[in-house]
Write a protein that binds this ligand. Structure first.
Ligand SMILES: [Zn+2]
Length: 128
């Protein structure tokens, strides 16, 4: 899975730059609109990190709900996915996406250095 590979690349590069002995914890932010599934990220993460500096690192996944502002009446609401963007007030379909497109590595904790990196963008979801 390319997303997990990108996360892994960012983490290992960061660890190398900071002469880490090992990676302790990684926090990843995933918006619900990205379609990225936590279970598959975890699955690939475990196989990718095996035998590397990031082996046994704790992977924390933060989910960002899909929030929409209705084009019809301006109501803000949460939707399950892009096919469920129906306004609860006026039943209008679609709207401005306020959140849910997030996909990035938030923090990387390594042994020997407690500084968190600035926000690193992993990938932009298709369709913007
Ligand atoms: Zn509405």
């Amino acid at each position: 899975m390319p997303v997990t590979q990108s996360i892994f690349d960012i983490v290992t590069e960061y660890a190398r730059e900071h002469n880490a002995e090992r990676v302790r914890r990684v926090t990843v932010v995933i918006g619900n609109l990205t379609g990225v599934v936590e279970d598959s990220v975890r699955f690939y993460w475990e196989s990718l990190t095996k035998g590397t500096i990031a082996e046994n690192a704790e992977l924390v996944v933060v989910h960002v709900p899909l929030k929409v502002r209705c084009y019809g009446c301006g109501t803000e609401y949460e939707a399950d996915d892009q096919f469920a963007m129906f306004c609860p007030s006026c039943n209008f379909f679609g709207g401005e996406v306020l959140s849910g497109k997030e996909l990035y590595v938030d923090t990387i904790e390594i042994e020997g250095d407690s500084h968190a990196p600035s926000e690193a963008s992993v990938a932009e979801p298709p369709g913007g």
